[in-house]
Design a protein around this ligand. Structure first.
Ligand SMILES: Nc1ncnc2c1ncn2[C@@H]1O[C@H](COP(=O)(O)OP(=O)(O)O)[C@@H](O)[C@H]1O
Ligand SMILES: [Mg+2]
Length: 390
C-alpha cells in the first residue's frame, strides 16, 4: 500500500472500509436509495471507487462526478452516457436504439450513444430525462442484478443550477430526480447513491425542497476505529521499512483523535521526512510531525476549510462562523451559552443554530459526549486554524 495523499484511493492503495461498504450494501438490499453524508476528506469518493472497481456483490456500478454540471439536461445526458459505457449494457442499448418507437421519437440520445444512425433533426420537445426514463424502464438485467448509480458531488450540481437558473430550476431538478428514482419500473433494478462534500440536506433546505429528498436513506461514513487506524499506519510505514515504538504508536493515535485515512497519510508523510533513529519512531518524532503537518507546504490540504466558509455563509453569518471557530480553536472548547451570547453580538440569533449545525455537519466541530460543549473534530485542523485563520 503506497501513501497516496490527495487523490481518491484506488486498488492496492485503498484501505478496506468493510463496515462502511457493508452499511451501503444492506441499505441497497433493503431497497433504499441513499445519500452518503460525511464531511470533506473522510473518504466518500474512495469508497465509491472501490465499489465500482471490484463490482461489490456483483452489481453493475456507474460512477458520475457531477460537480461541473450546471443544467438538468446536461445531468441526465451525462448519466445516460456513463450508463451506456457499462459492460453488458451495450447490447441492451443497441436493442433500445433499434426499437422503432425510439427512432420515431427522434431521440436526442442517438448523439450520446455515438451510433451511426441517420440523425434526424433534434426534437427539442424530447428531453434526455425522457430518454433516460425510457432506457432504464426498458433494460433487462440478469437475475436480480442491480444497476447502482454513484452520483458524486450532487449538492454542488444543485448549487450550480441554482446560481445559473434560479430556485425554480433547482427545485424542478430535485423533483425530476425523485420522479426518476421512484418510477416503479426503475425502482426494482436501479439504485441511486448520492454524495458530495457539501451537505445535501442544508443545500436542499435552503430552497425549501426537503420534500424531494425525504425518500433517501441517509448513511454516515465514520472515521476509522483506533484498530483500523493503527493497521493503516503500520502498513504505510511497513512499505518504507520504518518501525514505530508501541508507545509512540498509541501516542500518535490519541493525539490525532479524528482518525480519517487522510490525516494518517499526512502524518506518515511528515514522519518519513524526519531523520529517524534505527530503533524507530519515538513520541518526540510524532510531536515534530504534528508541527510539520501544518507547515506552509501542506497549506493546500487545509486552506479549503477556511475558504469554503465564504461560499457557504455571507455577511454577519460569515463573521459569526469565523469568530466562533477562532474562539474554539483558541480555547479548545466553546459552550452553547457562549455561542448564543455571541449570536446576539453578531445579530444572528435567528440563524445561529443552523450555522452551528452546518459547522458540525461539515466536520469542523462536534459536541459528542458533552451536549453543551463544542470542540474541533480534529486537533490537526485546530492547530492549523490557530496558526492561519483569523
Ligand atoms: N480507504 C482509503 N484508503 C486509503 N486512503 C484513503 C481512503 N479513503 C480516503 N483516503 C485518503 O483520503 C483522501 C480523501 O479521500 P476522498 O475519498 O477523496 O474523500 P471525500 O470524497 O470524502 O472528500 C484521499 O485523497 C486519500 O488520500
Ligand atoms: Mg469526494
Amino acid at each position: 500500500m503506497r501513501n497516496i495523499v490527495g487523490n481518491p484511493a484506488r486498488g492496492d492503495n485503498f484501505f478496506k472500509r468493510d463496515r462502511e461498504v457493508g452499511k451501503i450494501l444492506v441499505s441497497i438490499e433493503n431497497e433504499n436509495n441513499i445519500q452518503i453524508a460525511a464531511p470533506r476528506r473522510v473518504g466518500k469518493t474512495s469508497i465509491l471507487f472501490h465499489m465500482l472497481d471490484v463490482a461489490v456483490e456483483g452489481h453493475k456500478y456507474v460512477y458520475v462526478d457531477t460537480e461541473s454540471i450546471d443544467s438538468e439536461e446536461e445531468f441526465y445526458k451525462r448519466l445516460l452516457k456513463e450508463i451506456i459505457k457499462v459492460p453488458g449494457i451495450q447490447g441492451v442499448a443497441a436493442k433500445f436504439l433499434n426499437a422503432a418507437s425510439v427512432l420515431a421519437r427522434k431521440i436526442k440520445s442517438l448523439k450520446v450513444m455515438e451510433v451511426e444512425v441517420d440523425m434526424q433533426e433534434e426534437n427539442e420537445a424530447v428531453s434526455y430525462f425522457d430518454d433516460l426514463v425510457h432506457f432504464l424502464c426498458g433494460i433487462q438485467l440478469d437475475n436480480g442484478e442491480k444497476l447502482i448509480l454513484l452520483i458524486d458531488e450532487f449538492p454542488q450540481t444543485i448549487l450550480n443550477i441554482l446560481n445559473r437558473q434560479g430556485t425554480e430550476a433547482a427545485t424542478r431538478f430535485l423533483q425530476s430526480n425523485r420522479t426518476l428514482r421512484l418510477n416503479p419500473d426503475i425502482l426494482n433494478k436501479v439504485r441511486f447513491i448520492y454524495t458530495g462534500s457539501i451537505g445535501l440536506n442544508h443545500t436542499v433546505a435552503a430552497i425549501d425542497s426537503t420534500a424531494f429528498i425525504n425518500d433517501l436513506n441517509t448513511l454516515e461514513i465514520e472515521p476509522l476505529t483506533a484498530i483500523e487506524a493503527g493497521e493503516l499506519l503500520d502498513s504505510l510505514l511497513a512499505v518504507r521499512g520504518v518501525v514505530m515504538r508501541p508507545s509512540a504508536r498509541n501516542y500518535l493515535l490519541d493525539k490525532l483523535e479524528w482518525l480519517i485515512p487522510f490525516h494518517i497519510q499526512l502524518l506518515v508523510q511528515e514522519l518519513l521526512r524526519l531523520d529517524l533513529p534505527i530503533d524507530g519512531i519515538h513520541e518526540q518524532h510524532v510531536d515534530k510531525a504534528f508541527e510539520e503537518i501544518i507547515s506552509a507546504r501542506n497549506d493546500n490540504h487545509f486552506a479549503h476549510y477556511h475558504s469554503r466558509l465564504k461560499s457557504q455563509f455571507k455577511g454577519q453569518e460569515l463573521k459569526y462562523a469565523l469568530e466562533m471557530l477562532r474562539l474554539v480553536a483558541k480555547d479548545g472548547v466553546i459552550s452553547r451559552a457562549q455561542l448564543l451570547d455571541q449570536a446576539y453580538v453578531f445579530d444572528v440569533v435567528d440563524q445561529y443554530k443552523k450555522i452551528i449545525e452546518i459547522l458540525v455537519y461539515d466536520g469542523y466541530i462536534n459536541n459528542v459526549g458533552q451536549r453543551d460543549i463544542y470542540r474541533f473534530n480534529s486537533p490537526v485542523v485546530r492547530l492549523w486554524w490557530n496558526k492561519y485563520a483569523y
